[in-house]
Structure formats: structure tokens, C-alpha cells
Design a protein around this ligand. Sequence first.
Ligand SMILES: Nc1nc2c(c(=O)[nH]1)N[C@H]1C(S)=C(S)[C@@H](COP(=O)(O)OP(=O)(O)OC[C@H]3O[C@@H](n4cnc5c(=O)[nH]c(N)nc54)[C@H](O)[C@@H]3O)O[C@H]1N2
Ligand SMILES: Nc1nc2c(c(=O)[nH]1)N[C@H]1C(S)=C(S)[C@@H](COP(=O)(O)OP(=O)(O)OC[C@H]3O[C@@H](n4cnc5c(=O)[nH]c(N)nc54)[C@H](O)[C@@H]3O)O[C@H]1N2
Ligand code: SF4
Ligand SMILES: [Mo]
Length: 743
Amino acid sequence: MAEQHRRICPFCEATCGLLLTCEGRTVTRVEGDKADPFSKGFICPKGAALADFDADPDRIKTPLIREDGEFREASWDEAFTYIDDQLATIKERHGRKAIAAYAGNPSIHNLSLVTYIPGLLKALASPNLFSASSVDQVPKQLVAAAMFGTGLTVPIPDIDRTDYMLIIGANPLVSNGSMMTAPDFGGRLKALQARGGRIVVIDPRFTQTAKLADAHYTIRPGSDAYFMFALVHTLYEEGLVKTGTLAEHCNGLDELEELAKDYSPEAVSERCGFDAAVIRQIARDIAAAPTATVYGRIGTCTQRFGTLASWLPDVIHILTGNMDREGGAMFTRPAHGPGNTKGEPGKGHGLRTGRRQSRVRGRDELFGEYPVACMAEEMDTPGEDQIRALITIAGNPVLSTPNSARLDAAMAGLDFMVSLDVYLNETTRHAHVILPGVSPLEGSHYDLAFSQLAVHNYARYTPAIFPVPEGQLDEWEILLRLMGVVAGMGSNADLKFLDTMVMTTLIQREVALPTSKIFGRGTDEILEGLTPRVGPDRMLDFMLRTGPYGEGFGADPDGVSLNKVIASGTGIDFGPLQSRIPQILRTPSGKIEVVPQCVAKDMARLRAGLAENKNGLLLIGRRHVRSNNSWLHNIPMLVKGKDRCTLTIHPDTAAAHGLIDGAPAKVRSRVGEVTVPVEVTDTIAPGVVSMPHGWGHDYSASQMGVAEAHAGVNSNILTDELELDEPSGNAVLCGIPVTIESV
Ligand SMILES: Nc1nc2c(c(=O)[nH]1)N[C@H]1C(S)=C(S)[C@@H](COP(=O)(O)OP(=O)(O)OC[C@H]3O[C@@H](n4cnc5c(=O)[nH]c(N)nc54)[C@H](O)[C@@H]3O)O[C@H]1N2
Ligand SMILES: Nc1nc2c(c(=O)[nH]1)N[C@H]1C(S)=C(S)[C@@H](COP(=O)(O)OP(=O)(O)OC[C@H]3O[C@@H](n4cnc5c(=O)[nH]c(N)nc54)[C@H](O)[C@@H]3O)O[C@H]1N2
Ligand code: SF4
Ligand SMILES: [Mo]
């Protein structure tokens, strides 16, 4: 008999509510859940493919051990005994620093992973931690931490109430939004226009978002910081600055005018490929709009001036009175109680970075990690503390990080590698042991990260639809077992004991906080209050009950708990975003640091770059509505149709290089070369070429039949591991200098 189940989509940051029709263990239909108060029935092609992903016969379900270049199925005990043996030997011979870890993007979309990875990494006690953050959003987090005090205090464009939205380096109609959780982004943009608002898009490509916008302007890749400084310059020069009452909460406001002095629209026009008069007009429009917001994403983060280009939108918010007010940029107040709701309101220890440096390049640690662009050199440069073993969790760095040919070779040289993943792919083929993750439908779901980046305050939860299959382990159990291994407790530590230990640590920290709802209470009493739950659901319940709306284990009977969220059905609505400054601040000064050090220190580099790079071809990326980074290319309905892994190029640029539509071209950068079919289109600016990332499924030994048949080319063979956004260490993936010739 058919049954219907709700499930929050795990595939992207929009967190849409889906409705699944199931017959037995089979999902027969996936649709948008109209009853979901946040996503209201929205669904995209990826969400619709959830059933196909669940049923994908290539998804791995048993531990795999590589022997003589071939993978064979193994029992869990055999797999963990092998892992324990290898890691213990490496640690004994080379020390804890020799074992590294990389966590990929789906780690954040998966409740088991997001709650249990921290414990594993702590037990690993290695400085060599990496993640997809440093090919993504780390500049935004650096700026948030430096200005407001924590890395997730990210101002969120108040899309549902704003009158003007400047979208720069983002294509939310395709990506469905990122670092800003807003299901049906397109519908929200149309509603913005319908209430008389205006949308302006700045992108080297004429994207789907640009098509919907009221105006679109192209920009030279990597020059967004100059453009936005020119907006700031104009605001000052034309007397348009109106900070209002926020000024009393700001440190360093008066430095801004001086910093922007040299970047008049006329001074940056050529560098940006942007008409100075248009820049002035945009500044005036932002200042004149009743409310306005600036939203930047991958195009402004994964570029040379990623930190500055992620900071400037907030400067514009502050200078135009749009920071922390309705219709501007605001702060979410999520129910699970992240750092900016803990401790004394309005003050904290702020950003701490540089507690250690990477061995080869001497890069500072940031948020406990080194830039992933440094990972290969830490593996292939001999010496003390060289990385010899790697644990990957839900990551595919061979396709997603810069100079992937070097990383691919470095991984092949590791003494040992273990991967927790759902596919045998370009990265996991290097593993000696692959541990299989479960289907998303076999675990419960709550978005810890995205509920703190959402445009509305919600708590939404969906339970597991199917049980974890007989003989498989849930991912949190796998992580606990790995934790036991790296903590020296052997291959088969008592998971119940470890789980209680992890939970107890969280409780102990909370009851010691004088501002906590459960300050001074007994750990055992709280632990008892969480029974009979275990695993991620227990942790989630604890977070919700001690969070800002929480019932505090009896302290506030009207407050929330996981039971209450479950009882609500589609989730609890805590209302639209509200002003939260100064309570949300966690800087030592108790103020917004308007010009933080990470920004001030990078101004000289910005100045030096003003004269550079006016000609020459620059490579950028792009996304497609039927892709998800590197890992949904094995789903037939998502790869059907014409080849999407092409090099798009403007007709004039193509003609100048003797390239014709459909023919292959050779693209070269400092680090590599690829051959890729050309797609001539006037939807891209002259002098810029674009290739999507996440393709190149033609590595031998991977096991994804559909993806291999639609292999495409790995664009990260061209991106350069030495090119970083200096302050954050984020990789530069947009604006890579390349040369092109026809083949
Ligand atoms: N050139 C270029 N490169 C880029 C980008 C770009 O724009 N241009 N974008 C960057 C960005 S924003 C990101 S986020 C990174 C992504 O970088 P990664 O996170 O390294 O790569 P993904 O392609 O997301 O791969 C995710 C992996 O997780 C596995 N997986 C999926 N679901 C689960 C699960 O539930 N459990 C487990 N255990 N495994 C799972 C998949 O099989 C896959 O191996 O790529 C970056 N790379
Ligand atoms: N369908 C789909 N959705 C996704 C993903 C996916 O792979 N497919 N990935 C998810 C992930 S992990 C993330 S992080 C988000 C990313 O979300 P978005 O940032 O919205 O995604 P992109 O489509 O990469 O948009 C970046 C835009 O920046 C432009 N650009 C490139 N260089 C520059 C520049 O120098 N300046 C300016 N102004 N623009 C530039 C590109 O042309 C592109 O249109 O998407 C998420 N959603
Ligand atoms: S927009 Fe994102 S969350 Fe919504 S259905 Fe598509 S992939 Fe899933
Ligand atoms: Mo990302």
C-alpha cells in the first residue's frame, strides 16, 4: 500500500520540504510539499531525483577494501580491524600530525555527519584538517567572525521585505541560494519585483537570474572589490551616507571614507570593465531605495579578493542604514542555539586565528583548518609531519579543489586512506577502505547550519522514512567507531559508551555557562531527561531545549523541544527576522568591527592589483540546475540532454581564437591543460570563458556507470593551488588566467 512521508531535501541549502510516496522500500513519487510553510511546495529537478538517488544501484552499501588495485566487499569488523591496524601503525611511526582529514560539502547537509564529525576530529587531534569551506564560503565566515564575533553571524539579505537587491557573483535561480536559505528563491525575487522593488545582477555571464532581473551588468572576473569600493566612494562623495543609530555600535566607521578614497568609479572603471556612470547610478539607487540589500556568493568568495568582496556588501549595508533592519541584511535566530546566542549577550572572544601554521606554506589555521589548496603539498612534500594518511568524509576533492592533478597524484602516494562516502568515485578510488553512508531516507533530518542562514526563523525536522538496512551502520555510528579507532580504543569500541561520552561533554559545557537555561543543573539529570533518544536526535533535542526558544528541561514549559517540533508536523514558525544588534555581537569590544584587521591588512594587495589584468582570457565557473557539484551525475534524469560540460565563450572571443561552436579547444593554465568542447554564446562577456566544475568522471576504477558515460572534463585541472584569497586562504576558482587554442 502506498504511504506518504515528508522529507526535507538534503541536496542544497534551500531545504525544501518534499512529499514522498512510498510502496514498501521503494519511493514511487517525489513532489514539493505544499504544506511546508517555508518552501510551500517548491521543488527543483534535483529534489525530484531524490528517489533515483535512493535507488541508484551504484550507491555502495557494504564496506569495500582495496587489494591489488581491486575493491572487494568486506565485513564491518574486517574493515575496522584493517583501519585500526593501519592508522595505529602510522601514528606510532610518524605521529598524530601524519593523519589528515577532509570533510566535504554534504557533511553540512547530513544531521549524522554534522553532529558527529566534530567529535571525530577532536579525537584525531591532528592539525591537518581540511574541508570544502576553503573552496567556498570561508571568506564570508572570516568577515562575519571579524566584524560580529562568530563565523556564522552572517548577515542575511531580507529578501521578502527588501525594495532593492544587488546580486553580485551569484546565480540563485540555478543554485537555489547559498549562505542564504530561501526556498523558491525565484518566486521570492518575483514577489520583490511585484511589490515595486528592483533587482540588479552583476555577473560576467547573462545568467537565469540576470534574465529575471531589472538590470544586468557584466564585470571583469575578480574585480568586484574595486566595483564595490567605488559604490562606497560614491556614497561618501555624493553625501549619501546615512548610518543612523547603528553608528553607536560600530568601531572604525570613520576609516571607511579614507579607504575608499582612491577607488572612484572613474578610477576602477577600466579594471572592472564597468561604465563609471553606471556605478554612480547604482550607488544612488541603493541609497535612495527605502530598503536595500547586497548579496554576493561564489563569484565574490572564490576569487582573488574573496575577503574584501565578501566584506564590502556589509559595509554598504552599514553605510546606507540597511544593516540589521527590515528589508536590509538581518540575522537569523535559530532554535538550536549557536554561538551567537550563547554566553553574555553583546560580547565575546571574537575571532581567533593563526594558532598554528601549515608545515609547507606557513598558512595560518582559520576555524581550525588549513586551506584545502595546501592539502596536496602537505602530502607530497617529504619531511617530518608529512601527511601519510587521510580520512575523507563526504568529499570529492579530486574534482573539487584546485590543481586536482597534483592532489590526485599525492593521494595515490598516501600510505593509507579511508573514505566515508556513498560512491566509489574519483576520490574514494584512492581509499584502502571505503565505508558506505546510508541513503538520506534512512536518517532523520534537521538543518543545523542552514537554519542559521535562513530568511525566516523556523525549526523543521523530518524523521527517517526507512530503517537503516540490516547489516549496515548509521553514519554517526561509523563516525563513533572511527573515533574509537583514532582515540586508541581499538576497532570495536563500545559505541553506546562513546555516544554517552560525547553527549555528556556537551551537557557539561552547557551547565557550566552562567547564562544557560540549565546553568548549575546536574549532568546526569539532563542526560536522563534526554532518554530514550540516542545519536543525532538526542543531540538535536538537547540543542533545541537549551536554545533561545527552548524549554530548558522544565525551566520554561512553553518552550520548544524536539518532541514539540515533531508534534508540529511541518515545523515551528518563530517569525520573520528581527533586529539583533547589539545582543548578537560576540566581539571583544562589543561593537561591530567595521574595518577588521583581516580587511585592513589586505588593502595594499588590492591597491597593487588595480593596474593588473586588463586583457587576457579569464576562466570562471558556472552551475546548472540539474547538477550538484560532482556527485549527482550518476542519476540518468539529471544528465540527460545535450553535453553540459562545455567551455562557453563569446562569439568575438571565439572568432579571435579561431574557435567554432561544438569543436574541441585546448585550454591551458599555469598548472594544467584540458581539451573541452566549445559552446559559442553571447551570454558571456568577451574575454571570459566558463566551465562548470565537478565533471571529469573518466578516472579509471571509479564505479559510477552513468557518470562515466557523461564524463566531461575536470575544470580544477586548470585552477591554481597557489592562488589564494590571502586573508582567508580560500582558493581562487574564478578568474584563472588561461590561453586557448583550437585542436
Ligand atoms: N572550479 C570550481 N571548483 C569548485 C567550485 C566552483 O564553483 N568551481 N565550487 C566549490 C564548492 S562551493 C564546493 S561546496 C565544493 C564541493 O566539494 P566536495 O564537497 O569535495 O565535493 P562534492 O562534489 O560536493 O562531493 C561530495 C561527496 O560526498 C558524497 N556524498 C554525498 N552525500 C553523502 C552522504 O550523505 N554521506 C556521505 N558519507 N557521503 C555523501 C558524494 O558521493 C561525493 O563523493 O566544490 C568546490 N569546487
Ligand atoms: N543546481 C546546483 N545548485 C547548487 C550547486 C550545484 O552544483 N548545482 N552547488 C551548491 C553549492 S555547494 C553552492 S556553494 C552554491 C553556489 O551558489 P551560487 O554562488 O549562486 O552559484 P554559481 O552558479 O556558481 O554562481 C556564481 C556566479 O558568479 C559568476 N561569477 C564568476 N566569477 C565572477 C566574478 O569574478 N565576479 C562576479 N560578480 N561574478 C562572477 C558566475 O558566472 C556565476 O553565475 O550553489 C549550491 N547549489
Ligand atoms: S531547491 Fe535544493 S532543497 Fe529544494 S528541491 Fe531543489 S535541491 Fe532540494
Ligand atoms: Mo559550496
